[in-house]
Design a protein around this ligand. Structure first.
Ligand SMILES: Nc1nc2c(c(=O)[nH]1)N[C@H]1C(S)=C(S)[C@@H](COP(=O)(O)OP(=O)(O)OC[C@H]3O[C@@H](n4cnc5c(=O)[nH]c(N)nc54)[C@H](O)[C@@H]3O)O[C@H]1N2
Ligand SMILES: Nc1nc2c(c(=O)[nH]1)N[C@H]1C(S)=C(S)[C@@H](COP(=O)(O)OP(=O)(O)OC[C@H]3O[C@@H](n4cnc5c(=O)[nH]c(N)nc54)[C@H](O)[C@@H]3O)O[C@H]1N2
Ligand code: SF4
Ligand SMILES: [Mo]
Length: 735
């Protein structure tokens, strides 16, 4: 489909066998030009449907069909660039295993095609029967950060206000929950303060647990364009693609972050490297924080962090000497048994040095999925619409009035988190589950248990673009969904920029957009009247826009899709009356006022604990997991369909082993090995490398094998899985 895609040369170039350089390719690629051989009749710009960077792609159509795409040249996010996934975004739509009709499991255990009428009837009859027998909360849903927020909102509103269950969560729990809790507690609202312009304004950038070069490749292009000759610091146990680009890599011990950050704070306080005016005028709780970090002197944390005391001192000096210091974090921090405290320690470093609310400064959590930021405001899972609280009677009344609905329909708490839903299934409390646009049988922590748990359900409904996913294999009912490019709505990217996605292709067979599926089910359920005004995504946008009035995320200044699409998106907040300019930047907290009752930002802190799964002589290595390449996305249901992307990624599951451990285990590069944890045992290829420290190994989450090993432990506050720490052994595979 995309013959002009620059990455396709790899397919045709006989010299382009899968080399290590290709495995480790950094960054993006793009010219910002319409590929030469395409003479499009029409071009539609829309936001990419993979990661949270939010690049704009120009989809070219000929005779009504989407034939190709190129990155939008004039968009401020990507300026004519895209990573390999973006270039290949149309390919997954044409895959032969697309779900094209509803499928119902019959008595013999086979999935058989049914029409939409029957599918909707079965959905309602079986879910209602479970609720009648076991209570309204016996059914739950799991949503996603990968569909437009109008669709998420419809899903969350139908399930909680229509079906009447309290329990719904999403794959964002696996990902952003930690950052959400950290920001809420420190700022009074889940408000990542930065824009990408800050990446170009900083003179010191500290990346913590982020491999942006491959996970957010086009965001990294902003770093590359920074004209201030910035100092780049990367804190990651592995020498990642990003660490390799840095001026300074601190290879800390896995999960040593909290002690390290407290030790840095300790030095900043000891040396008087503080912005006292800012701390006094705009924060609260500093004294308690200072007392807490008093015991974290750099020498005493050396063992826990693996970072020499002199390096901690040096990092504190670097932060002090920087004029505009920014801190960027992602899953190395969020997916931890103490992720919230770690994220809050990062926020504390920014607050105590006054590095917030100014160009190039800030504690910045980069979001993962294309619309995780939309789900944080509008999915009706953890929060009520507009970042409200289910537990707040005033908030419930506001939403009931907005929806012209009885307030009793709104649950008084946010219900179970993902792990509690899984536990609830295990206990027999939850009997029916509706899974939309997430592939938990591959991506949930400790997958063998996850699959057995899904099999315990009386009724599992999976709504996906493909009927071939690991999760569909367990479904009683599969609902075929349209994907990105086959429907419309809005995404919000990492820097709070709203952008539009549009329909440029028809969904195959009888597949429907998630929006239309939810509408169909709500009508069949008998609660269609609740959503009388919700006929199109644009209608729902109007409701959600209204839900933000007067809230920190106010977008009442955005009239409709067209209005902000021509501006190439807009960062929230945009209250009514805001004068917007094309590609303008809107950073938060420039006035030093936060969303807490006092208007001050809070220092939040707590004790550092060891991770759950300690190594032992039987399981002596720490398994780290994460993204393996810029060319694959998550469980590969979409990117796995592209031959081009396949060439950029190993075909077989692999474990990255340090040269020292490989030597000690007598394992050769590329040999088959067995990786074992108390939960599972998998056979993978060894990739012997100097990028992994001795005592640790790394597996990519793109292969299902990885989560057969992971240990189900969670951050106690955010309930986010600690995917990046478990004890394993590696041995040579026989035969
Ligand atoms: N190509 C590609 N891009 C993606 C995705 C994808 O699947 N593929 N997924 C998107 C999504 S949803 C997300 S959430 C983001 C994730 O983006 P990232 O968070 O950047 O990616 P990860 O590889 O999961 O984890 C980042 C790093 O954390 C490190 N790490 C592990 N343990 C620790 C620790 O204890 N401390 C520190 N400091 N670091 C540690 C790992 O070594 C790893 O290099 O990527 C997004 N972008
Ligand atoms: N070990 C380990 N595990 C991890 C992680 C890790 O770092 N290490 N990272 C975690 C993180 S950060 C994340 S975000 C999760 C991601 O985990 P998942 O959400 O399970 O991953 P995806 O493969 O993106 O699954 C999305 C599903 O939605 C389908 N889909 C795509 N678009 C649409 C649509 O428009 N409508 C519908 N109905 N379906 C659609 C896709 O085909 C796919 O099956 O994985 C987590 N798991
Ligand atoms: S960086 Fe992210 S948003 Fe940009 S093209 Fe790649 S996957 Fe799409
Ligand atoms: Mo994620």
């Amino acid at each position: 489909m995309s013959a002009q895609n620059p990455w396709t040369r790899l397919l045709h170039d006989p010299g382009s066998v899968l080399t290590r350089d290709l495995l480790r390719e950094p960054g993006g690629f793009g010219l910002g030009q319409v590929p030469k051989r395409v003479q499009p009749d029409a071009t539609t710009a829309m936001i990419c449907g993979f990661c949270g960077v939010g690049c704009s792609l120009d989809v070219h159509r000929k005779e009504g069909r989407a034939v190709n795409l190129s990155p939008s040249a004039a968009h401020p996010v990507n300026r004519g660039m895209a990573c390999p996934k973006g270039w290949e975004a149309l390919t997954p739509l044409a895959a032969p295993d697309r779900a094209t009709q509803p499928l119902l499991r019959d008595a013999a255990g086979m999935l058989r095609p049914v029409d939409w009428g029957e599918a909707a009837q079965v959905f309602c009859t079986r879910m209602k029967a479970l609720q009648a027998e076991h209570g309204a909360d016996a059914v739950a849903f799991l949503g996603t950060g990968q569909i437009p927020f109008e669709e998420m909102a419809y899903l969350g509103a139908f399930a909680k206000f229509g079906m009447g269950t309290r329990h719904g969560d999403g794959n964002t729990r696996q990902c952003m929950a930690t950052a959400v809790v950290a920001y809420k507690e420190c700022f009074g609202f889940d408000a990542p303060p930065f824009t990408y312009a800050d990446l170009e304004e900083s003179d010191v950038l500290v990346f913590i647990g982020s491999n942006a070069c491959i996970a957010h490749p086009i965001l990294w292009e902003h770093v590359a364009r920074n004209p201030h000759d910035p100092t780049l610091v990367v804190i990651d146990p592995r020498r990642t693609e990003t660490a390799a680009q840095a001026d300074w890599h601190l290879p800390l011990r896995p999960k040593g972050d909290l002690a390290l950050l407290y030790a840095v704070a300790h030095v900043l306080i000891r040396e008087g490297f503080l912005d006292r005016d800012f701390v006094e005028a705009h924060t609260e709780g500093f004294e308690g924080f200072a007392a807490h970090v008093a015991s974290f002197d750099p020498a005493s944390v050396e063992r826990e962090t693996g970072i020499p005391a002199a390096d901690v001192e040096r990092l504190a000096h670097l932060i002090h000497e920087g004029q505009r210091v920014s801190f960027w974090w992602t899953m190395g921090v969020n997916q931890s048994h103490q992720g919230v405290l770690t994220a809050q320690a990062i926020i504390a470093l920014a607050l105590m040095t006054g590095n917030i609310g100014r160009p190039g400064a800030g504690p910045c959590s980069i979001t993962g999925q294309c619309n995780a930021m939309g789900s944080r405001l509008f999915s009706n899972t953890t929060c009520l619409f507009g970042g409200r609280s289910f537990g707040d009677a005033g908030h419930r009344a506001e939403i009931a009035e907005l929806m012209d609905m009885d307030v009793e329909r709104i649950p008084t708490d946010s219900g179970y988190a993902y792990d509690q839903i899984m536990e609830g299934i295990l206990d027999g409390e939850i009997r029916g589950l509706w899974v939309v646009a997430t592939n938990g049988a591959h991506s949930w922590i400790n997958q063998r248990d996850a699959r057995a748990i899904l099999d315990k359900l009386d009724f599992l409904v999976v709504q996906d673009m493909y009927a071939s996913t690991e999760t569909c294999a367990h479904a009683d009912l599969v609902l075929p969904a349209a994907g990105w490019g086959e429907k419309e709505g809005c995404f919000i990217n990492s820097e709070r920029r709203l952008g539009v996605i549009k329909q440029v292709a028809r969904a195959p067979g009888k597949a429907l957009s998630d929006f239309r599926i939810v509408r169909l089910l709500a009508d069949a359920w008998g609660c269609g009247d609740l959503f009388g005004a919700w006929k199109t995504p644009a209608d729902v946008f109007q409701v959600l826009r209204e839900s933000t009035r007067g809230r920190p995320c106010d977008i009442t200044g955005l009239a409709d899709y067209e209005g902000f699409d021509v501006l190439r998106g807009a960062h929230w907040p945009v209250p009514a009356g805001t004068q917007l300019e094309v590609a303008s930047e809107r950073r938060l907290f420039e006035d030093g006022r936060f969303y807490t009752p006092s208007g001050r930002a809070r220092f939040c802190f707590g004790p550092s604990r060891p991770p759950a799964d300690a190594t032992s002589p039987r399981f002596p290595l720490v398994l780290l997991t994460g993204r393996g390449t810029s060319s694959q996305f998550h469980t590969m249901t979409r990117t796995g369909k592209s031959a081009v992307l396949a060439r950029l990624h190993p075909r077989e599951p692999y474990v990255e082993l340090s040269t020292a451990d490989a030597r000690a285990l007598a394992v050769d590069d590329h040999a088959w090995v067995v990786v074992e944890s108390p939960r599972g045992k998998v056979r993978v290829r060894a990739f012997v490398t100097t990028t992994v420290p001795e005592g640790s190994c790394f597996m990519s989450m793109h292969f299902a094998e990885t989560n057969e090993l992971t240990n189900p432990s969670f951050d106690p506050k955010s309930r986010e899985p600690s995917y990046k720490h478990c004890a394993v052994s590696v041995s040579r595979a026989s035969g």
